[in-house]
Design a protein around this ligand. Structure first.
Ligand code: NAP
Length: 295
């Protein structure tokens, strides 16, 4: 293949925020000769066509996967097993299947059993996103400067991993390879728990009596406002994250609850030094994130 082209035919199963952003990169840089898009709703398929992201659309995952060099599963995690089962009969040796799910071990457990001999499954997760869903909200710079974690199980073909890595590098990402269980553990604290806290705090406000709620909304300073942005993310996607990374999230939630109790105690007993000490350490972490270019 020439001219920076990585693939002849690419199949996107799911063309929401993540799928459409990657499809935009492929269009922009001519990484694929042909893009086939699969989704459930006519409206979504129409949008993908109107945005110029699809050469062919279908509601049948198997039709999309047939003859694609690479199949990108970009749907909520809970659908991945059924999609793998649906495409399995048409997959041929040498094809690559990858995904973008925010949890990795559960996706591997759901997808791998359906992969025929010689088909390369390379699980992946771009650590990038916004609170908006759907193909109309994607943009081609979403992955620039962000990490993508690949979690290929032992024995995955090196060439297939290299190809998926190159694809993400073309999108401007830095790529790391991690063990799937370790990925899920790390993401439980860096992403899944913070988002759960945001859902919880916004839920607390939703339950306040009407007059107080109106004032909270009127005077919401950056603290609450930032939580509402995080808590405005797609409900189905996040439902699936918690259902599929249950143990790691519960473990982090336990630690969080213990630390929160300690904070509660410090406030109750007027232990200002302990509070200040914790807040100093928090500031330090923020500075480290800025220094790492991930702010
Ligand atoms: P999204 O914007 O809601 O899009 C989901 C897409 O999947 C839609 O095109 C939807 O089509 C399609 N879909 C859903 N169920 C399907 C099925 N059974 N068969 C075929 N297509 C189906 O979602 P997203 O934000 O792109 O997230 C997709 C994946 O990326 C999730 O696994 C998530 O964990 C991961 N991820 C998300 C973020 C983020 O911040 N959003 C970040 C990193 C990773 P219809 O419209 O026709 O239903």
């Amino acid at each position: 293949m020439t001219d920076g082209k990585l693939f002849n035919t690419v199949a996107f199963i799911g063309i929401g925020l993540i799928g459409s952003s990657l499809a935009r990169v492929m269009r922009r840089d001519g990484l694929a000769e042909r893009i086939v898009v699969c989704a459930r709703r006519d409206e979504t398929l129409q949008k993908a066509q109107d945005l110029g992201l699809a050469d062919h659309v279908t509601k049948d995952p198997a039709e999309a996967a047939d003859c694609a060099d690479i199949v990108l599963i970009c749907t909520p995690i809970g659908t991945n097993g059924a999609i793998a089962q649906a495409i399995a009969p048409v997959l041929k040796p040498g094809q690559i299947v990858t995904d973008v799910g925010s949890v990795k071990q559960a996706v591997i457990d759901a997808v791998s059993p359906h992969m025929p001999e010689g088909v390369h499954f390379v699980p992946g997760h771009p650590l990038a996103g916004t609170e908006n869903s759907g193909p109309e909200n994607g943009f081609d710079t979403l992955f620039e400067g962000r990490w993508v974690v690949l979690t290929p199980p032992d024995g995955t073909d090196d060439g297939a991993v290299a190809k998926v890595k190159t694809m993400w590098e073309c999108a401007g990402s830095n790529v790391d390879v991690l063990d799937a269980a370790h990925h899920d553990w790390v993401l439980a604290i860096t992403s899944h728990l913070p988002t759960l806290i945001a859902f919880n705090i916004v839920g607390t406000v939703a339950d306040l009596e009407t007059s107080t709620k109106q004032e909270v909304i009127k005077y919401s300073a950056t603290g609450f406002r930032d939580f509402t942005r995080i808590a405005a993310q797609d409900p189905v996607m996040w439902r699936d994250v918690y259902l599929h990374n249950r143990e790691a999230v519960l473990e982090m939630l336990q630690r969080f609850s213990e630390d929160l109790s300690r904070l509660q105690r410090s406030i109750r007993w007027g232990e200002g030094e302990e509070l200040e000490d914790l807040f100093k350490r928090s500031r330090e972490i923020r500075r480290n994130i800025i220094d790492a270019g991930q702010a």
